[in-house]
Structure formats: structure tokens, C-alpha cells
Design a protein around this ligand. Sequence first.
Ligand code: PMP
Length: 293
Amino acid sequence: RNPDVPLLWFDGALAASDTLQVPLNTHAMHYGTGVFEGIRSYATRDGSSVFRLPEHLERMRKGADLLGIDFDVAQAFEATVQTLRANGHRDAYIRPLTWLGTSATGVSIGLDVPGLSQHFMVITLPTVVHLNGKRARLTVSPWKRNPASSLPPLKLCGAYVNSILAKHDSRKRGFDEALFVDEDGYVVECTGANVFMVRNGEVTAVEHRDALPGITRDTLIALTGATSRPVTHHELLDADEVFACGSAAEVAPISVLDRREFGDNPVTRELSALYARVVRGEEPQYAGWLTAV
Ligand code: PMP
């Protein structure tokens, strides 16, 4: 095998990533019927560790359940660890994906289509830093977030077309990222990250039923005791600091929200440094969030 070609996990075994193909009548390709996760591993003093792996896989299971995909958390856990080991990755981005395969005969799934195949893969990539690790420039999206009453906030493949439209629009207008605001003026989230604000030293996590329940968000609330509550667009413009957070984005300070410029961000900087120590196993009381590879 060519050692330059990374390995991935596909349906129960490791395989070279350049040898695999999916059929053109794959259900997920036609209808977006898949579920994915975005997970990080980090180099720690004792080797590589995955951050909050069980929580990510549990969220993935919820999405799989909706689509009638059998999802075995224990197997996915093992596949993730094995793929990281096989590629020798330490600081890595981990992308598990499960989806409905052949064949795409219509919108029926589950018991209606007994022959519909199910698949599972894991790819691991040397770290890519979402939002480039710099202070991001944010703009309110003209697109509204998928309402939870139409699409539950889980990592369903098809749901991400909504994020893609918003991101694409923001990039075309010269920004780094889009902010979803609902019809009533409440902040929802970014295209792939949750939102926090800091005012008078107080940290607030934006809460919204249409937003993905982020694991990084949960982590930061646990670390800071931040209040979780609905926040209006107005309030966000009035904050001293705003940051986005996610497994890939980590803690990403926002420099601009449309015409509002944010100044120095000492609290965000401190939280970002704390988060970095936690995920790298440098804060022993949070070692329980790490899975050793
Ligand atoms: N919102 C959306 C839409 C996302 O895609 C992500 C990334 N998974 C997040 C928020 C942040 O979630 P997490 O902290 O669990 O990565």
C-alpha cells in the first residue's frame, strides 16, 4: 500500500482512501439522508486524545435514529480510535459519517424499503482550523436557520445546505462567517458554531431552540458557569465581546458584526487559552473528557 494515502474506516474495516467509490444511486446523495460529526483529537503529554468522543457519538446516534439508521456507538468509538492510530494522527479533525446507500428509489426509508443499505465511515485529517484561528468578521445572514420544527438541530447532511447558503452569501459579501438571526430578532448560531457574548465581565451563552446543542458550548458553560439564555441581535451588538465556538472553531473571537467593530477581547482570550489547556489534558480535573488513543 502507498504510505502517502491516508487510511479511513469504511463499513467495518480500514481501507486506503483512494480505493473507495459509492454508487451514483446512493440515497444520501439524492436526498441528504446521512448524519455526520465533527470531532477533534489533540496531542497531549500522554499521546493523542479525543475530546468528548462519547458525547459526539451520542449526538450522532440521535440523528441516525431519526433516519432509521442502525448506529452502534461502541463500534463507532472503536472505529474512530483505530483510524486515528492507523494514520498516526495526533492533532486531527475527525469526521464520522453514516448514510443511506442503495438505492435512491424515492423519499421512503425504513421498513418501507427493506433493501436500503446503510454505511459508516470515519476519516481523520491533520488539523484544519475553522475560521482560520484569527478574529472572524461576521454578518447577519439573509437566510433564516432551519427551524427545529422542520429539521431538528442535529448533524443531518441535508440540513447543512442551509449553512452552506448562509456561508456562501457571507463570503461573497466579504465576511468570514454568517450569523443566523430569527424572525423575532433572536440570535440562533453561526453556520457551524454556537455564539457567546461577554458584557461587563459576564459570560452569556446564546440559547435558541433552532441551534445545534454544541458540545463546545456545553464545555464552556461547565468551565465558566456562563448563563444560557435567549439573546437578541441588539444585545449582541451591545456586548463588549462576542465569540463563536465549536469543535473545529474552538473559541473564535469575533472582530466585526456587520458595521459594529469589537475592540480588545480579554475574556475571550482567557477562555480560549483555558479551552486549549482542557482539550490538551493540561487541566487534570477535566481529564474525564479525554479518550486516550
Ligand atoms: N452549530 C452548528 C450548526 C455546527 O455545525 C456546529 C459544529 N458541530 C456547532 C454549532 C458546534 O457544535 P460542537 O461544539 O458540538 O462542535
